[in-house]
Design a protein around this ligand. Structure first.
Ligand SMILES: *Cc1c(COP(=O)(O)O)cnc(C)c1O
Length: 228
């Protein structure tokens, strides 16, 4: 098992890579579970990965995480030359439509990537939007607050319905119960609510719901109550 309590058991990763491994990819927080690995877990892992293997730490949900033991990206980047941390404008900034993300790594790794980069990739309009969005601390904080409140509300309400939730630090929560994910997904869709069935992740009796505004969260919970 690579997973333990729905989070990556990084110690077990060592059984899966060998001299042919080029890249190890870790989503932290992970999607669709919403669980995360701590700084210590990531660091213990990096200490034992040969430096010729590139480790990609996908931190798409970075800002949502409020836990003190979450990764300190600066510290890791200063120490590990084979690490790249990736982030996206699709999540906290809400700019999925501009199709822009970025990676943080040491200068020599970035220089290598730059050599194979397509000459025409990120358009200047998207870059301009991203520069403004990254400075919009007010929007980021507001999204964090709305998300914290929503996560708490959804996990409490789902538990009241006797559903099992996976503790999430992202902007979504996955849960299961006595239902088929695909059927519940379709029933919610007919009520105008789009969630995710996650059978592709081998979780056919789970549903992942994204945290919305409080009004949207409440609409979702009442629709769910009608269906269960
Ligand atoms: C959403 C997401 C991304 C970023 O996706 P974009 O292509 O930038 O929209 C990356 N990793 C994970 C785990 C995600 O959930």
């Amino acid at each position: 098992m690579k997973q333990k309590n729905w989070k990556f058991n990084l110690e077990a990763f060592h059984n899966y890579f060998n001299e042919e491994t080029a890249v190890i990819f870790i989503a932290n927080p992970n999607n669709p579970t919403g669980t995360y690995n701590t700084h210590k877990e990531i660091e213990d892992f990096l200490l034992n990965v040969p430096s010729n293997i590139l480790v990609v730490l996908d931190c798409a949900y970075y800002e949502y995480v409020q836990e003190n033991d979450y990764v300190d990206v600066h510290q890791l980047l200063n120490k590990y030359e084979n690490l790249i941390v990736t982030k996206s404008f699709s999540k906290i900034q809400g700019l999925a439509a501009i199709r822009l993300g970025y990676g943080l790594a040491n200068a020599s790794l970035i220089e290598s990537l730059n050599r194979i980069r397509q000459p025409f990739n990120i358009n200047s309009f998207a870059q301009k939007l991203a520069i403004n969005a990254i400075d919009d601390k007010e929007h980021i904080q507001k999204s964090i607050d709305v998300n914290q409140e929503g996560l708490k509300y959804l996990s409490e309400e789902l538990s009241k319905l006797n559903l099992t939730t996976i503790p999430s630090v992202g902007n979504f929560i996955s849960f299961n119960g006595q239902f088929n994910g695909k059927e519940l997904f379709e029933a919610l869709l007919r009520k105008g609510i789009i969630v995710r069935q996650i059978d592709l992740y081998d979780m056919p009796d789970f549903i992942r719901v994204t945290v919305g505004t409080m009004e949207q969260n409440q609409i979702f919970i009442s629709a769910l109550k009608e269906l269960l």
